[in-house]
Design a protein around this ligand. Structure first.
Ligand code: OAD
Length: 235
């Protein structure tokens, strides 16, 4: 039977890839979830209870992200996409936009993005202003139900079907800068293995799912990612 050619690299990224751009991770010591409770700022219930707190949390993160500059790891992945003889898809859990700032084009934001606004009433999406207010109304339906276009706990991540299709045509799955605590992203390595992909983890330290990867490179992303990309692009 004819097998479709596999020539895709799927790369999952998490907060660790942006740490050296000055953006805090979630679960490292002093990380975002040590400062704020997930239930308060990253769930629909938290938003319903205290929308001011939630908008304030994401306004502050948006302000930081706008100022942040991509680092050598983001830049190496953009180079990989430009120079690799095949498809490179970045599936990011990050909402900071640094992959695009570095020049990556094929980026799927499975947890949404800080530069997006969403109407909870009609699901219209538009570019978020730098500062969102609870009283803002939707440009489509005028409801005062605007929220950051961020996927919260209890909500369905974006692009799951597209990710599944990409894994099916991938030869390699890489996971960069993620602790492997949050599903469904944490389950991609098992699915990639099942589909016959080679798997590699690049993280500061072994992640939760570390033992499932064929290969691991532990250290700062700005060191490990450019070296890994250089090896992949070597003629
Ligand atoms: P975490 O904070 O859970 O994990 C970050 C990982 O990056 C850790 O394993 C660190 O060891 C690693 N790390 C830190 N600095 C690094 C560096 N310089 N180089 C390489 N690795 C480094 O963040 P995520 O795994 O991205 O979701 O978290 C996943 C999701 O949980 C987020 O998208 C967010 C959060 O709750 C939502 O808000 C829905």
């Amino acid at each position: 039977m004819f097998e479709p050619m596999k020539n895709c690299i799927t790369i999952l990224t998490g907060a660790g890839i942006s740490a050296e751009s000055g953006l805090g991770t979630f679960r490292d010591e002093g990380g975002l979830w040590a400062q704020q409770r997930i239930e308060d700022v990253a769930t629909p219930e938290g938003f319903a209870r205290n929308p001011e707190l939630v908008q304030g949390f994401y306004n502050a993160r948006r302000a930081q992200a706008v100022e942040a500059v991509p680092n050598a790891a983001h830049e190496a992945l953009a180079r990989l996409e430009a120079e690799y003889d095949g498809e490179v898809l970045i599936v990011t859990q990050n909402v900071d936009g640094l992959h695009e700032k570095a020049g990556s084009r094929n980026v799927l934001h499975m947890h949404g993005a800080l530069n997006g606004a969403l109407c909870a009433a009609c699901e219209h999406r538009w570019e978020a202003p730098l500062v969102m207010h609870v009283a803002d109304s939707c440009p489509n339906c005028a409801a005062q139900a605007t929220r950051p276009d961020i996927v919260w706990f209890g909500e369905m991540p974006y692009g799951m079907e597209q990710i599944d299709e990409a894994l099916q045509r991938s030869t390699l799955f890489a996971s960069i800068g993620t602790s492997g605590n949050v599903y469904p992203a944490a389950g991609f390595v098992a699915e990639a293995r099942r589909l016959g992909c080679a798997t590699i983890e690049l993280n500061l330290e072994p992640s939760e799912g570390f033992s499932l990867f064929d290969e691991a490179r532990h250290g700062a992303a700005t060191q490990t990612v450019p070296a890994w990309v250089a090896k992949l692009l070597k003629p």
